[in-house]
Design a protein around this ligand. Structure first.
Ligand SMILES: CC(C)(COP(=O)(O)OP(=O)(O)OC[C@H]1O[C@@H](n2cnc3c(N)ncnc32)[C@H](O)[C@@H]1OP(=O)(O)O)[C@@H](O)C(=O)NCCC(=O)NCCS
Length: 170
């Protein structure tokens, strides 16, 4: 039995600026650049949780709620919110820091799925997640539903097998 871990144990924080080469014509951070930063932080979190080679299986949800202007200091925080057998859901929160006050405001969030694999790329089992805070418990509880939605949209399960989703409509 592998030792379960808390989301805090996989927490990964990546702080970096927005430079001119990373912006769109409105001088805001280019979406693909933010996706890459989130993928890196989430990948490190999944690796810390599993201590394995991890690959991005899917990007389940990304909300670009707020533009991130040139020169901003951006913090990407990733934590494993739930582990299944070989896959892990990683929650990513993105914050921007005000230059004068130092205050952080939430800019974006995303949910990625990673799979732990062996040296030959075959999926391999990972430890469980033990959520601690209220938010971690909420994210943990809803993760199975999101997994089923992602598998359904990918055509990997049939609607009838998406039990958690069906329960939403009953
Ligand atoms: C991710 C990958 C290992 C999954 O392989 P697979 O043959 O689908 O393996 P399985 O069917 O055994 O699935 C493995 C796990 O991934 C989950 N999974 C697969 N596709 C998924 C999707 N679209 N959304 C959510 N979970 C997914 C499965 O549910 C399973 O989870 P579990 O073991 O925790 O129950 C494989 O598709 C791969 O190597 N992809 C390329 C990854 C990569 O290179 N990413 C970088 C981007 S280019």
């Amino acid at each position: 039995m592998m030792q379960a871990k808390t989301p805090e144990q996989s927490k990964t924080i990546l702080t970096d600026m927005v430079l001119p080469g990373e912006t769109n014509p409105l001088n805001n951070l280019f979406g693909g650049e933010l996706l890459a930063r989130m993928d890196r932080a989430a990948s490190i979190a999944a690796r810390r949780h599993s201590r394995r080679i991890v690959v991005t299986a899917s990007v389940n949800h990304v909300a670009f709620n707020r533009a991130v202007p040139l020169g901003s200091v951006v913090t990407v925080e990733a934590k494993v919110s739930r582990a299944f057998n070989t896959s892990m859901e990683v929650f990513i929160d993105v914050w921007i820091e005000d230059r004068e006050s130092g205050e952080k405001t939430k800019a974006n969030e995303a949910i990625y799925t990673f799979v732990a694999v062996d040296e030959t790329g075959r999926p391999i089992a990972v430890p469980e997640v033990l959520p601690e805070t209220k938010l971690e418990k909420e994210r943990f509880a809803a993760a199975l539903r999101r997994k089923q939605l992602s598998l359904l949209l990918a055509g990997k399960i049939k609607p009838n097998d998406a039990t958690e989703l069906k329960a939403l409509f009953e």
